[in-house]
Design a protein around this ligand. Structure first.
Ligand SMILES: [Zn+2]
Length: 120
């Protein structure tokens, strides 16, 4: 991998990181507002079952979304530190170079296609 590629991936990862962090802030702000309005809401504890179910569903959906985003952010942070260390683009299992095509599709890929397909 040459420096030009490395810089490109670094930029892409940084952009993606910003986007995800923004999304994460929006979701947590959103669910904070939701829980605050639930507490001070007119309905109080008299919420009907349907409302409760919707709220639970939304919260669970938010939680899995947050989980996904955090997972992705971890991978991106890992990739960014691998760029710093100079090990970016190297498969963490077999130490072979990950193809540029694969990194272009998934810039935070940790494994080469061969190792990844073994895992799934
Ligand atoms: Zn590999």
């Amino acid at each position: 991998m040459n420096n030009k590629h490395l810089k490109e991936f670094k930029d892409r990862l940084a952009i993606e990181k910003n986007r995800l962090e923004k999304e994460l802030r929006l979701i947590s702000k959103d669910s904070l507002e939701k829980s605050q309005s639930e507490m001070s809401g007119e309905h109080g504890y008299e919420d009907n079952a349907a409302d409760m179910a919707t709220t639970t569903f939304e919260r669970e959906r938010d939680e899995s979304l947050v989980w996904n985003i955090k997972d992705m952010l971890n991978k991106i942070n890992d990739s960014l530190s691998r760029i710093k260390e100079g090990t970016y683009g190297i498969c963490s299992d077999c130490s072979q170079e990950i193809s540029i095509e694969r990194l272009e599709a998934i810039p935070y890929a940790e494994n080469c296609l061969r190792c990844q397909s073994k895992k799934t």
